[in-house]
Design a protein around this ligand. Sequence first.
Ligand code: MFK
Length: 530
Amino acid sequence: MAEFKQSPPVLKNQYDDDRVLRSYLSRVLPPDVLTDIHESLSEMGRLAGGELYELQLADRLNEPTLTQWDAWGTRIDKIEVTPLWQRAERIAAEHGVVATAYEQKHGSLSRVHQCALAYLFTPSTDIYSCPLAMTDGAARTLLNSGNQELIDRAVPHLITRDPKEFWTAGQWMTELTGGSDVGLSETVAKQDATGYRLYGRKWFTSAIASQMALTLARPEGNPPGGRGLALFYLETRDEHGRPRNIQINRLKDKLGTRKVPTAELTLDGTPAQLVKGPTDGVRNIAPLLNITRLWNGISAVALMRRGLALSFDYASKRVAFGAPLCEKPLHVDTLATLQAEFEGAFQLAFYVAQLTGKTETREISDDDALLLRVLTPIMKLTTAKQAVLVTSEVLESFGGAGYVEDTGLPVLLRDSQVLPIWEGTTNVLALDTLRALQSDGDAQRGLQRFQRVVINCVDGVNDSALVNVVRSALDHAASWLADAQGDAREAGARRFSLTLGRTIELALLIKHESLQAARRLASLGVDVIF
Ligand code: MFK
């Protein structure tokens, strides 16, 4: 009897094969810049579709381990990450997945180049984007702080391409009292003759294998709330590799991101240095939040793209009811919907990367700086929701195979599910959007700036049906903002923010002449205010 064999989905070079990434880059980059970075992207695309992907599948069942005691009773709290992550760290350093943004070889566009590298690298490395995001955010925060001693000490390690010198950074914010409401943090900073020492419990610390961390603590005597916290720098281990008065109590047992060693910590006199004054910790850590939120968006589009790359390939191989799935109108229609969500998310995430690059090279106008402040939470919350939707549907597009672990598919959904949660939940970021719109005192004025950018994207476009979808969603958002007050404004913040996110995605798709995706996104609906 002939035995039926199903061909599995395969990945090609993930850069060469990505129409959306390549056409975006050829639109936003001058030709000489594109030529200059082509090789680095093609090499990362080759690794992501080849060596790293194979290693990822082989590493599937491995998880990080915590060894708390050595054989002779000494507390060591040693973390070991899996072979995939060990390889990922080396590749990330050598290929400049963080460094590229700081070398600024192409000015503000280096941030776009770096995000393209991160986008290619992320889906084959099981959320190694987490430590890289925090490393990038720590470098930016230290540079912005002006604290020259800490800049000289840490930043060269964070942005090096030499794997032997490379450090990653943690971002220790969450405590039992405050995941979203960080101002409730209870960690105390006490000063003695040697400087500050931190005492407290950090409840959800990601990628705990890092060499340094930025964290928040309340100097003794400071008032409650976010203003009474201060931002601290600490190094996690001494020159002998021993934890600096830090106990790792246990690793978290999570739905996804299982390669990320996420821990509960006790700080018991951990030496730490102030980064920027003894107060306003929440404000001072904001640059880190904004960079990790950008990475969240890039990771969201990266996971969507990976799912779709596999699903499209499989559709050409899997035969059902007499034809390959790619010839079945309903299957094609379903994938077209997912592709439109992905393409809209892609445009928005990379637009925020462009603006982030401009702010880093100080080429940003006041209007664009406000726009970036408003768009960062909008982009994060919108793309994260799209990632969960798209990866869930991707699994379904494989039928039962999508639900089976050794295909390597379920991890896409599990890892996407963290994206709307960490770095600010959808609701927290929706409220942040309202606050950001008001940051120069008048939310309507903030919204008008947003509207101008969106309208500019569709100016002169003669597809009036599409343009009307954009205009009417913007008008509805403006009238909602004018009318909704108090509890009604808070209750509607998520729908309002998602509407702004989906509307600018549509406008960017139109601007980039991705009209098929634009029409599909418009028909799916961008205005979710009711
Ligand atoms: C895969 C890629 C991603 C990988 C990341 C992996 C690691 C993830 C690990 C984590 O999840 S770490 C924990 C992440 N936690 C959060 O993101 C906290 C979510 N909560 C919020 O964001 C709240 O909105 C916030 C804590 C900021 C509210 O706290 P407060 O004390 O009520 O602050 P407030 O009063 O809103 O803001 C204080 C100041 O900071 C204000 O400035 P002023 O002092 O000048 O008035 C704000 O304008 C400013 N600020 C707040 N957020 C800002 C900001 N400025 C710029 N950008 C922002 N995003």
